[in-house]
Design a protein around this ligand. Structure first.
Ligand SMILES: C[S@@+](CC[C@H](N)C(=O)[O-])C[C@H]1O[C@@H](n2cnc3c(N)ncnc32)[C@H](O)[C@@H]1O
Length: 285
């Protein structure tokens, strides 16, 4: 585990900085009580202040992972990486990283990536995924560290990150501001107005457009906004079902409406993403 990632971490209990244990299997804080956190077998840390597990469950994680691996959302992953490259972000926090599909695609030679999520199965998957990517794929040699933690209480130092990425997860503006360096950048992504319209047309008689995210930052400086929209064909029942189970409609759709989707072999739909970029101003707290 590279020093660049470890030096950024803070103990979730006492807030002290820390170091790796001699055998490299734990993160130990320098506080009076030397709090110690063991790495899981897959390589993640549990830095959550809560004993209860939260966030997405194993089933949702598996479905999203299976779907994302097919590459349907690849243009979004590529665009987020392009933005991080454009902002020359060395240290990047993926807040609400899920199972790390996008985090792995943010890799760049010399970049330090930290992914945090409340969901243990998601973070476990992210750590395994990244290890595999760094060992076997043509992934640039980044440093990556994943931990279970709330994005409202990120276990990292103040002003440590060049960029925070927040994809389809709750936006914690004041916490993101705390961890960003002056002039650091926040990239927030949400569903665009016509996202999954093809899916909604199958399910509903009157499909509505999506509203923009309601939790966008209000005190940071907006520097860019773009809509990434493209058509795609989702092939086969397994992929259609995995996509459906990632959506909020999964829990709101009647059995008879679900049956319409179950009858399809392919689904043509718009994918549309709103990408918002903000800058932390030099003298912001
Ligand atoms: C829709 S998923 C998106 C995951 C990933 N960013 C992606 O786009 O594939 C939302 C994620 O936010 C996580 N989440 C929700 N509330 C959270 C919180 N308070 N702190 C950290 N993660 C949270 C969930 O566990 C879940 O993995």
């Amino acid at each position: 585990m590279a020093a660049s990632a470890i030096s950024i971490l803070r103990c979730p209990v006492c807030g002290a900085a820390g170091t790796l244990s001699e055998n490299g299997r734990s993160f130990c804080c320098f506080g009076e009580r030397s709090h110690t956190y063991d790495f899981a077998k897959s390589g993640y840390l549990n830095l959550s202040r809560s004993q209860k597990s939260g966030g997405d469950g194993a089933e949702a994680v598996c479905a999203r992972s299976a779907f994302l691996e097919k590459g349907y959302y690849r243009p979004l992953a590529d665009r987020v990486r392009e933005l991080l490259d454009r902002f020359d972000a060395q240290t990047v926090i993926d807040a609400g990283c899920g199972e790390g599909y996008y985090t792995a695609r943010m890799a760049r030679e010399g970049r330090t990536l930290l992914g945090f999520d409340l969901s243990k199965p998601a973070v476990d998957h992210a750590a395994k995924r990244m290890k595999h990517a760094l060992n076997t794929e043509k992934t640039p040699k980044s440093t990556a560290l994943f931990a279970v933690a709330s994005l409202f209480e990120l276990p990292v130092a103040d002003a440590c990150a060049d960029a925070v990425v927040n994809l389809f997860a709750p936006c914690a503006e004041s916490e993101f501001c705390r961890v960003l360096k002056p002039n650091g950048v926040l990239v927030v992504v949400g569903a665009g107005k016509n996202h999954l319209m093809g899916l909604k047309r199958v399910l509903y008689e009157t499909p509505y457009q999506n509203q923009p995210r309601a939790d966008l930052p209000v005190s940071m400086k907006p520097i860019a906004r773009e809509e990434l929209t493209f058509q795609t064909e989702i092939c086969g029942q397994a992929d259609i079902d995995a996509l459906f189970s990632m959506t909020p409609y999964y829990f709101r759709t009647s059995r008879s409406d679900r049956a319409k989707l179950a009858a399809l072999e392919t689904l043509t739909t718009e994918l549309s993403f709103d990408i918002f970029c903000y800058r932390k101003e030099e003298n912001a707290p």
